[in-house]
Write a protein that binds this ligand. Structure first.
Ligand code: ACO
Length: 284
């Protein structure tokens, strides 16, 4: 058998990114390993996310994968076997590195879109859930394969399916180790929508363009409210929304609302029911 090319990527090459026209395109970048997540990739992803988070020109972040995978989950060799061989300190360190960037993504300051171009397994459900909107190719494959190799879906994965999918579907998905297509993942609530593979980028771009036009501070408050309210009582949620709206005023929220109202009621240049106001006219 011919030797395979050795590909041991430098840490900084495990994630690729570019910023174009207000959109940060961030890629899992280990296509030869189906973009599975090694400790190096986890560290680099956190760095890249943090580097992009407060850049003024970044309005939306898209997380996608190079090649034919989004991510094949955790790296069974580098994340599990090699780390476990070093002992508990190494296990905890690599757990913190991966869970750390999943957490950053869940509470990211900018809107985030997962563009799932192919395989998405196990540990990949953490970042999948971290992204606010998830669009997949119809033929992408989603799997909780943990049960197929004798572990439970950890790293957040079983929580993700419990939160996103109907109970019976989540349980079947976690126990059976069978994959779902993009279309099935959409039907079961795991992702926002699935589109034909050749339309994937265009659809994601369309969503990003719409998000770019919205008020960024209001978007941030909205996505955080939707995530925070999951385990709040109705009254607590109501109160959280009041505080959150008031907190928006520290970021010019009152001026934004006044301007939007002016454009609708006085200028009659837009209708909130049909589109977004012109945010460029807000004087903060
Ligand atoms: N961990 C370590 N290496 C991986 C992983 C992974 N999760 N996924 C792929 N690779 C490696 C393969 O070992 C192979 O390496 P090699 O070229 O050195 O032999 C290379 O990536 C290419 O993978 P293939 O299996 O040859 O690719 P193929 O396209 O035939 O299959 C598939 C793709 C289905 C994604 C397959 O690689 C696979 O089953 N991967 C594991 C998926 C998985 O169960 N992930 C863990 C989920 S559980 C968790 O994340 C905690």
């Amino acid at each position: 058998m011919a030797d395979k090319p050795v590909t041991d990527r430098a840490e900084e090459d495990t994630v690729a990114y570019e910023v174009a026209d207000g959109i940060a395109w961030v890629k899992f970048n280990r296509p030869e390993k189906r973009n599975c997540m090694s400790p190096k990739l986890n560290r680099q992803m956190k760095k890249v996310l943090e580097e992009l988070e407060f850049r003024e020109e970044v309005k939306v972040l898209v997380l996608t994968g190079e090649g034919d995978a989004w991510t094949a989950g955790m790296d069974l060799k580098e994340y599990f076997r090699e780390t476990e061989a070093q002992g508990l300190w190494a296990i905890r360190k690599s757990q913190r590195e991966s869970y750390g960037w999943f957490e950053r993504l869940r509470w990211y300051e900018k809107p985030t879109v997962a563009m799932i171009n192919g395989w998405c397994f196990g540990g990949g459900y953490g970042p999948l859930f971290g992204c606010d909107i998830a669009v997949a190719a119809d033929d992408a494959q989603f799997g909780l394969s943990e049960i197929n190799w004798g572990i439970l879906p950890g790293g957040g994965a079983s929580k993700v399916v419990q939160e996103l999918m109907p109970f019976r579907k989540a349980m079947y998905h976690a126990m059976m180790g069978e994959n779902l297509s993009g279309k099935e993942a959409e039907a079961q609530g795991l992702i926002t929508e699935a589109v034909p593979a050749d339309k994937l980028k265009a659809r994601v771009l369309e969503i990003c363009e719409a998000l770019k036009k919205k008020d960024g501070h209001a978007l941030r408050a909205t996505k955080w409210a939707v995530r925070r309210m999951v385990d709040m009582t109705y009254d607590n949620a109501l109160d959280y929304q009041i505080r959150s709206q008031e907190a928006l005023h520290s970021f010019g929220g009152a001026a934004a609302r006044q301007e939007a109202t002016r454009q609708f009621l006085d200028e009659k240049s837009f209708k909130p029911g049909l589109g977004t106001f012109d945010t460029s006219k807000v004087k903060r």
